[in-house]
Design a protein around this ligand. Structure first.
Ligand code: ADP
Ligand code: MG
Length: 590
């Protein structure tokens, strides 16, 4: 029954949480095979309870036997501790708040070796030593420490992500791997997955939230650009981790057409549902769970995730850091209501994204611009967008939409493009718009579409610093994809013979920016090296604030912007578009 250290960890920590612990400390030696210790500040056990806990069929919480969901890995309730002590040496120290002294139980292979009073804090400290000491065949079945530790951490993540109110520490071979204070769900996700290279992981996640009489779905999904080869993907139901391939498809469908090749979105999705409508028995060991209403929940989940992504794409109100530029007001709440998909109502056959008639506010008064804005969800429909950040069809759609907009375009303050919108005016930041356009273009080039190069009449010599040289060598192929032509000369010198077509500033300054963007990882919103390169070059090549634009230039910029799936924000998450409504305008006159 006990398969590996990770299953022991799961049982022990779940017991701690069941016992009301607010602090859980985990100590591992040799990936749990020599020692797996869990210390909690829960309610502890009396002497009798402690003895009973290790006897088969001794327990347990039959008081809430209705909560069948608690039947999990070990198959039966109250089987975990007996199964563990059957294959290991266990030391238990435990005390309840009303007892002066606690109990120390020493056991090995189901035999009690000693029992005595002991001084110890309230709570439970259980050490599982020498796992499988009496079953060599099973001991040999264990994998390398690396693999077993990975399994342990996987289990640990599944537990801590759904118990943010409990603080955890995890130490492995004397090294403190995790120290997780009590937190909100989002903070917990951040604490678990932010690393030196990827700080503020959770800050970039989008909120998912849907409440229906059948099920509540809440959680976080990632921006399409944040998707990675190995993604963190979690479903939880009623406070427990589950696998659910069918619901996984719903999430993936929501991202269809928006992900670069080969990457997967991160998601953390928590379901709350009446326990009697789920069946945990289909797979006692595999954490798979059957929902009675899977068919109904599927479109709800799909719509909720789409809504999260769509809101991000269509709306500039995002809690990213603002850069130092003067901010134009972002859209009001009502505007947001108008541009995003309608709320999901509880109707199993209702899918807001495949039902144009159901789209909110498609009133006669809607201007071309509004339609253009709403068209976002159309372009994100799976059948419309085949792949990647940007597709031919998307370009066409953008061109078409922008051409339909008969709107006059004005440049104001030499940095914003102004046009009419249904309920006021729309402002587009010209530089950020261009950065977004170029970023998408460079990301395409980096995934192997050839770039346009502009030959330099007078090649420039570039001396790369010694410490940067290995990095530079590794970046050569990507720099070529971006449109740089570089001939290596001796001793870290390169001759720059060609540059990306749209680059007007000094190529060497642009190259140096790329090198430092890659090595310093300054922007937390950008995950991969490719993203950092693309963003850096886009920043170098994009038109500047202050640059005058002709009407034609503005129109082309707007067309290209609206062909970008993520046109409302620049690659770092700053707003590109803002809506100022009539109320805000009239307030200026009050
Ligand atoms: P179950 O959790 O299904 O009841 P276990 O074998 O995991 O079965 O645990 C047996 C019993 O031992 C529990 O019901 C609980 O009363 C007690 N117990 C186990 N771990 C703890 C703990 N950390 N703190 C307090 N009581 C515990
Ligand atoms: Mg248990």
């Amino acid at each position: 029954m006990v398969q590996r250290p990770a299953s022991v960890l799961k049982e022990l920590v779940e017991n701690s949480i069941d016992a009301g612990a607010t602090q859980v400390e985990i100590i591992l030696t040799d990936a749990g095979r020599t020692l797996l210790e869990v210390i909690d500040n829960g309610r502890g056990m009396s002497e009798t309870d402690a003895r009973m806990a290790f006897e088969r069929h001794a327990t347990s919480k039959i008081r809430d036997a209705i909560d069948l969901f608690n039947l999990h890995t070990m198959g039966f309730r109250g089987e975990a501790l007996p199964s563990i002590v059957a294959v290991s040496q266990v030391e238990l120290r435990t005390r309840t708040a009303d007892a002066e002294l606690g109990t120390l139980l020493v056991m090995a292979g189901s035999e009690v070796e000693s029992q005595q009073p002991v001084q110890c804090p309230v709570g439970t400290n259980i050490s599982v030593k020498n796992l499988f000491f009496n079953t060599p065949a099973r001991r040999r079945f264990l994998k390398s420490n690396t693999t077993e530790l990975r399994n342990l951490l996987t289990e640990f993540h599944r537990i801590v992500l759904v118990n943010p109110q409990v603080s955890f520490t995890l130490t492995s071979d004397g090294q403190r791997l995790y120290q997780l204070p009590e937190a909100t769900t989002k903070q917990r996700i951040d604490a678990v997955f932010s690393t030196a290279s990827k700080h503020n992981f959770a800050r970039q996640l989008l909120t998912v939230e849907t409440q229906t009489p059948l099920v509540n779905i809440r959680g976080y999904v990632c921006r399409p650009e944040m998707a990675q080869k190995t993604a963190q993907q979690y479903f939880f139901v009623n406070g427990r981790y589950m696998r659910h391939p069918y619901f996984h498809k719903a999430v993936m469908t929501a991202y269809e057409g928006m992900l670069a090749h080969d990457v997967n979105p991160h998601y953390f999705i928590y379901f709350d549902i009446d326990p009697s409508s789920i069946d945990v028995n289909i797979h006692p060991t595999k954490t798979e769970i059957h929902f009675a209403d899977e068919q109904t929940i599927w479109p709800l989940l799909l719509a909720a995730v789409k809504e999260a992504i769509g809101k991000f794409a269509a709306v500039s109100r995002i809690d990213f850091d603002q850069d130092d530029a003067v901010q134009i007001p972002v859209a009001t709440h009502e505007e947001l209501e108008r541009v995003r998909a309608p709320q999901v109502s509880f109707d199993p056959s209702y899918n807001p994204f495949s039902n144009p008639a159901g789209r909110a506010h498609a009133a006669a008064s809607t201007t071309q611009w509004e339609r253009l804005y709403e068209g976002l969800t159309d372009r994100q429909r799976p059948e419309a967008a085949q792949s990647k950040l940007f597709t031919e069809q998307a370009v066409q759609a953008g061109v078409q939409a922008a051409a339909d907009a008969d709107g006059d375009l004005f440049q104001i303050c030499r940095r914003y493009i102004l046009t009419n919108s249904h309920s006021g005016v729309m402002l587009i930041d010209q530089r950020r718009a261009h950065v977004r356009i170029l970023f998408d273009q460079y990301m395409r080039q980096l995934s192997s579409q050839p770039a346009a190069t502009q030959q330099l009449l007078f090649p420039e010599l570039w001396q790369v610093g010694v410490s940067q040289q290995p990095l530079m060598e590794s970046l050569l192929p990507q720099l070529q994809s971006l449109g740089f032509m570089l001939q290596p000369r001796e001793a870290g010198q390169y001759e720059v013979t060609g540059v990306p077509a749209e680059l007007s500033e000094s190529p060497i300054a642009a190259l140096e920016d790329i090198l430092s963007a890659v090595s310093e990882q300054t922007d937390a919103a950008l995950d991969s090296r490719q993203e950092r390169m693309a963003a850096s070059l886009a920043t170098s090549a994009a038109i500047r604030v202050g640059q005058r634009l002709s009407v034609d230039e503005m129109r082309r910029l707007v067309e290209r912007l609206f062909a970008c799936p993520m046109h409302a924000v620049d690659p770092s998450g700053h707003p590109v578009i803002a809506l100022v409504d009539e109320t805000q305008i009239s307030n200026l006159f009050s």
